[in-house]
Design a protein around this ligand. Sequence first.
Ligand code: M6R
Length: 614
Amino acid sequence: MCGIIGYLSNEDKDIVPILIAGLKRLEYRGYDSCGIVVCNSKSETLIEKSTARVKKLEEKAKNHPFPANMGIGHTRWATHGLVTEKNAHPHCDCKREIFLVHNGIIENYKTIKEKLKKKGHNFISETDTEALAHLIEHFFKDNLEDAVKKALKLVKGTYGLAVISSRDPKKIVIAKNASPLVFSINDGGEVLVASDATSILNFSRKVIFLEDKEIAVLTSKGFKVFDMESDRLKTKEFQELDWTIEKAEKSGYSHFMLKEICEEPEAIRNSIRGRIIAEDGLAKLGGLEKVQDKLREIEKLFLVSCGTASYAAEVGKYMLEEYAGISTETDIASEFRYRKPILTKKTAFLAVSQSGETADTLAALNEAKRKGILTLGIVNVVGSSVARQTDAGIYNHVGPENAVASTKAFLSQLSIMVLLTVFLGRQRDMSLVMGKRILGELEKIPDLMKEILKESEKIKEIAVKYSRYRNFIFLGRKYNAPIAKEGALKLKEIAYFIHAEGYPAGEMKHGPIALADKNFPFFFIAPSDSVYEKTISNMEEIKARNAPIIAIATKGNEEIKNIADDVIYIPKTLEMLTPMLTSLPLHLFAYYAGVKLNCDVDRPRNLAKSVTVE
Ligand code: M6R
């Protein structure tokens, strides 16, 4: 995830080590390139960038000592444009007088860029951020903050922003919309800005967090915070932080996994942002535009992936067949690569991978390319091998996952499956009404997930109660059959003293039922959907054999309490969207069971985040 640092003092001095130290504190968030710019009291500037580690940037900067009184720095996690020095921040205007670092996404950057190009602006990067630097230049008259305010009025999207200018020196202008920013000013008139409290704690513990739609002007003499909409000056108080650096890295959570589970609603928001044209019931997937005519002709899709990503693909199969009317096959990449699938010109291959570097997924992709069919990807890591090697694709935009377990990326994959279904469905027979309905309900999912998060304590109690068992079966039907597998995978991965398997509930009678007894709990995923009655019958059969039962059910279903020993409720949504609501409690269940068993939940034994060998 991108990181921002900014520093200002009232005299020229070697401030590069301060910016570098701040960037090093942000390294844990993951990044692919970095950069700094410093400006001295004579309004001269120096910019350094690197596509390697911050250490490399530090070495480069050491070769050009440059006393300065202000500077900004950035660690970039690519979203728009590959990992190159040109795409690394800071970005600047045509005259190299305005510099900015940005976290977030400028959704309407293409429109802004085209308009500014026509006015003669010269762009050098592929990023969304550069458009903002030129837009600020366009509005710059007397002072930097006015230009930033005017520019941001035209921007659609999210940002944490730090801007400096040699035309209006001795100030840093910062602004926030859905991407965090915090600053501090000490008695010596030094200012420090960061996207993350980890970079500020060594400087001061008295900080101000910016709220959404606030813009601030920071100088050695003090600060002014404005409300962006009304332009009114706001009163802000410093708050004292008692966080350790370690706690700050996890934003106060005890583990990255828990932090990332709690970020699942936001992950969905980030994945669908700017991709829904509500009034037309359309999904706008820019990465697929160049192949959209080919996609119109496609009669079969192969979704290929590993582990958790393969369960997102399986859910996608149900969606694509039911709503887009496309015959869809899913396969585990390690199987696909060695079998002889029938791939015609009307077949497309879709790799699903958080890392984009999973060896089996890459090998399967190469096999599909060899057969000459259209290849696509759903990938989180920009510029990764899958992203580079597919013909077209969709990025998740959820930032790096630090924990080994895939949680927020899985939720993002599910939401992109919905967008893809609407994209392909509307090319075919899906009606405007249906497109609108699905997308409208999808937009509500993050808030519904937040309701589930409020039940975390109850889920924790259940996880702790059941963590003494050594075996579990997870069962679900239709859209939730893959979620049963995801629940089991997470549990055995994170609470690794417990063995767990996931099955489509109808398969239970064909073997697993033999395991049912009072020492073997069954976890049923049973929302009130088209297969609810069938799932309940399976549950009765298990109950008759005295096995403990936990169930996930839809709010308002009281009768299920007569069968299940413990119930976790989820809000109501469309059947095809229930996996997004049912997987969240399963992630929490695995997490709390793992913590109870003293497992290393962020780095479980024997596992790697990205499996780059066969
Ligand atoms: O990076 P990928 O999505 O290709 O990774 C696939 C699997 O290795 C991954 O999902 C794995 O199963 C996770 N540890 C599950 O939490």
